[in-house]
Design a protein around this ligand. Structure first.
Ligand code: PEP
Ligand code: MG
Length: 323
């Protein structure tokens, strides 16, 4: 059965009535890339670049980053690579960049907040990402966006770096797509305005769940509350998808919830265009989608949204499926 699932995983992810959802991989190293392709990933939907900055005493140079981004893109061939800019802070502090212990690290100086305050670090990364885009299908994604001003500032910095490269005659993809993670509740609330600024959204349900439920995802005492299948989170996903589509942009999801096969009908039914998940979970996700029609998935999603707990949502899925 495992062999069959693996073979099927290399086909496009289609429902019984041939609706398609793109299935990409979350990765955090060069080594993950080939494994992602082996598992049937259609590209990388989230490259967590923190690994380049951890366990060292200074930030990686532009050349070092470029080498890694190109190596990953090379393995992916024509498949897309979404590079997320540095999302340090929170549970991934970088002491050498001046991050001090904080009382509430997840509510603190992390992600885009840190990068906008340390423009040199972001500019270096942007240059490396842009250079990698010259010969590969690269997209860029900014983490932890909470306000319109943040994405505008990040885009302004990107435009500055692009102008420098243009000036110097260094090639890059002028049409590189720019997206944001939707993982802070404020971003869901103002998704309509944020959609005017970007080409795509990717829902980060790991953080979105902990912020919506006010439950630290790293604290075992309360982490179970931060369940992405809680209807409170599902409603936020639904709202984000509807808003993105109304604005004419595509929307994916890169939280770990997609690795739970019970989430597959719901994510499909809520209208996501893409999911990105850990490579090992891809075959099972595709298998779950192949058993469904779009109408069934939509009915399951609609029923799930009406429940009052994550446990009941799981029951709804289990009871609707002939597994
Ligand atoms: C998320 O928050 O859902 C996400 C994908 O990002 P990370 O887990 O790296 O914070
Ligand atoms: Mg996150």
């Amino acid at each position: 059965a495992r062999q069959r699932a693996l073979a099927a995983a290399h086909q496009p992810c289609l429902t019984r009535d041939r609706h398609q959802i793109s299935v990409l991989a979350n990765i955090g190293s060069i080594e993950d890339t080939q494994q992602a392709l082996n598992m049937g990933a259609e590209g990388v939907g989230l490259l967590r670049t923190e690994f380049l900055y951890l366990h060292r005493t200074s930030a990686p140079s532009e050349e070092e980053q470029l080498t890694v981004y190109q190596a990953i893109a090379q393995i992916l061939g024509t498949h897309p690579l979404i590079i997320r800019t540095l999302d340090a802070g929170g549970d991934k502090p970088l002491p050498y960049l001046g991050m001090q212990p904080e009382t509430n690290p997840f509510l603190g100086w992390r992600g885009i907040r840190f990068c906008l305050d340390r423009p040199q670090i972001l500019q270096t990364q942007l240059r490396a990402i842009l250079k990698a885009s010259a010969r590969h299908q690269v997209k860029i994604m900014f983490p932890m966006i909470a306000t319109v001003a943040e994405i505008q500032a990040a885009k302004a910095m990107l435009a500055e770096v692009q102008a420098e490269l243009r000036q110097a005659g260094i090639p890059f993809d002028e049409k590189m797509e720019v997206g944001i993670m939707v993982e802070v509740p404020s971003a869901v609330a103002i998704a309509e305005q944020l959609a005017q600024e970007v080409d795509f959204f990717s829902l980060g349900t790991n953080d979105l769940s902990q912020y919506v439920m006010a439950a630290d995802r790293t604290n075992p005492q309360v982490a179970p509350l931060a369940d992405a299948l809680h209807p409170a989170v599902l409603r936020m996903i639904q709202q984000t998808v509807q808003t993105a589509h109304a604005a004419g942009i595509w929307v994916g999801l890169c939280g770990e919830v997609a690795a739970d096969p019970l989430s597959a009908p719901i994510l499909l039914g809520l209208g996501l265009d893409e999911v990105s998940l850990s490579p090992l979970a891809i075959p099972v996700f595709k298998e779950a989608i192949a058993k469904l029609t779009m109408a069934q998935a939509q009915a399951i999603a609609a029923t799930a949204l009406q429940q009052d707990s994550a446990a009941k949502v799981r029951e709804v899925v289990l009871n609707s499926l002939v597994l």
